[in-house]
Design a protein around this ligand. Structure first.
Ligand code: HXC
Length: 510
């Protein structure tokens, strides 16, 4: 027995060494943790249970029968985050560059199957060179198996990807089908084909960072939902994200202890909206002042900043926030921000997270850029997402809610449950200037008449009351009481049940 135990220890030790001391040192020299260190850092201390640490590849081409490393380039298993079960796989770059072989893929799919069966979130830590080149088609098959499971799990369990090194070729599409992708700045990059292929095919010369670094994917492509400075910060933030999320689409989000009174009033909100309707103000201030303890986990902070999306809590329960940001492009809806918010609303709806919408929107962005870029379809995504959502929907209009954008942003007409407006709200088909220029075109040469028409229009339409008289707004609320009004609305809606008609699936304008 003693010798068997010694053999077990020897094998475990060998497996834990991954690609060996030298490669582990090289990993550290690049400012990266190893796969197992990352897992230790992410999970509750001592909670990790590893599976398949002795698995080895079966490839015999190109002398691969002589290159055997236990674990085969990916560390898999499960553990807990603040006591809640999470499945995890971490690519081990020290073993053949974390490249994916048939057996490597089988380790991942085993974990995916277990996560789905036990309805718990799964997180993938990526640091790898794509398909194991020596295996060829076996690796392609392996990727396909992983992708299929990503799709089956989508909307059932949260799937999160954290890119911590290279993520190229076949490795990019599994993260792309998960709910969130985060990256580590300056150390990670994602692309389908790398700089060398790009040079050959298109003659462009780019670095990995320029092609697919965090600076690109958080601002231009919107592939990534956020980025952090190093491995430890990124892993700590992933723990924070997990705390906001339910284990699956049928379970509730965790209810956390909170020390922020639900009826806390904030009188500084009375002066948040400037008197001048064209002056911007920071919508984030409202978010931070309204939610529990000012704790806000922003999604896609650096992309399409004219809309803000992210998770927060009210009375300890997770909510999703969608808010126009008057500080950026006056909070206008364009293609990028519509896609960003639509995806977020759909995530919330899939996982039963109530959506709180804060509205100050002057309309859709005009111009050929937008129209050629498909604004109609992208805008429709957000409209569609709100309209199909059956979770509790609470909306507060702080200032402008003009035109089609009024309808889109969680309006009563898209089954908004509770729709509030501040006294400063202006709910209208368009702003006064635009309206007067259309309906009083004949008076355009007479500034006095135009000024009078503008004033008349403002007095009549630029208030919350025209909408409130029609029941489109349930109540005009005092800004300083926003937190308690939202908290009460969400409490009232806690047992909301609403079902859409049966269908195979909808046909959201992709
Ligand atoms: C086998 C690989 C590998 C791969 C890296 N390695 N990528 N082995 N298959 N795909 C090995 C290297 O041989 C090396 O082994 C070790 O991992 C570390 O790699 P380095 O190149 O020394 O590291 P670095 O300089 O940091 O460069 C990392 C890298 C580079 C940028 C990822 O390795 C690279 O370009 N790899 C190939 C990327 C690629 O083209 N992948 C295939 C994509 S095709 P030793 O023994 O020296 O330590 C694909 C199609 C699938 O994925 C599509 C499915 C839909």
């Amino acid at each position: 027995m003693k010798s068997v135990i010694a053999e077990l220890e020897r094998r475990r030790e060998k497996a834990r060494m991954g690609g060996g001391q030298e490669r582990m040192a090289a990993q550290h020299a690049r400012g990266k943790l190893t796969a197992r260190e990352r897992i230790e850092c992410f999970l509750d201390e001592g909670s990790f249970e590893e599976f398949d640490m002795y698995v080895q590849h079966t490839c015999t081409d190109f002398g691969m029968e002589k290159v055997k490393m236990p674990g085969d380039g990916v560390v898999t298993g499960w553990g807990t985050v603040n006591g809640r079960i999470v499945y995890i796989f971490a690519k081990d770059f020290t073993v053949l560059g974390g490249s994916l072989s048939k057996t490597h893929a089988q380790k991942i799919t085993k974990i995916q199957d277990m996560a789905l069966k036990s309805r718990a979130p799964i997180i993938g830590l990526f640091d790898a060179g794509g398909a194991r080149i020596q295996e060829g088609v076996d690796a392609l098959g392996g990727y396909g198996e992983v992708f299929q499971r990503n799709v089956m799990a989508s909307g059932v369990i949260p799937q999160i990807s954290l890119i911590m090194g290279p993520c190229a070729g076949g490795d990019v599409y599994s993260p792309a089908m998960t709910d969130f992708i985060f990256m580590v700045r300056d150390r990670s990059y994602m692309f389908v084909t790398g700089p060398e292929v790009v040079k050959t095919v298109t003659n462009e010369e780019v670095t990995s960072e320029q092609l697919g670094g965090a600076s690109v994917h958080t601002t231009k492509s919107s592939i990534a939902d956020g980025a952090y400075d190093d491995d430890i910060e990124a892993l700590a933030q992933m723990r924070r994200l997990i705390d906001f999320l339910p284990a699956n689409n049928l379970s509730e989000s965790p209810v956390l202890d909170h020390y922020d009174p639900w009826d806390r009033e904030d009188h500084s909100l009375e002066t948040l909206v400037p008197n001048n309707p064209n002056k911007p103000y920071d919508m984030k201030e409202l978010i931070l002042k309204v939610v529990d303890e000012g704790d806000f986990f922003e999604i896609q902070e650096a992309f399409a900043r004219n809309i803000i999306t992210g998770f927060a809590r009210m009375e300890g329960r997770t909510i999703g926030i969608v808010a126009n940001q008057p500080m950026v492009l006056a909070g206008v809806l364009d293609s990028d921000c519509s896609r960003k918010a639509a995806r977020f609303v759909r995530f919330c709806d899939a996982f039963d997270i109530p959506v709180v919408t804060l509205v100050d929107v002057p309309g859709f962005l005009p111009g050929t850029d937008q129209e050629y870029g498909g604004l109609i379809k992208h805008g429709a995504k957000l409209l569609f997402a709100y309209a199909e959502a059956t979770v509790p929907k609470v909306t507060v209009i702080t200032r402008k809610a003009y035109g089609g954008a009024y309808d889109v942003m969680g309006s009563k007409h898209l089954r908004g449950d509770v729709n509030y407006a501040w006294p400063s709200a202006q709910i209208a088909v368009m702003g006064a200037k635009g309206a007067v220029e259309i309906i009083f075109r004949k008076d355009l040469d007479d500034p006095e008449k135009i000024a009078q028409h503008t004033k008349d229009y403002e007095d009549r339409f630029l208030s919350p009351f025209v909408a409130a008289e029609r029941g489109f707004i349930d109540e005009v609320i005092m800004p300083h009481r926003t937190r308690l009004r939202i908290a009460r609305a969400l409490r009232m809606l806690r047992n909301k049940r609403l079902e859409n008609p049966w269908k195979k699936h909808d046909n959201i304008p992709l």
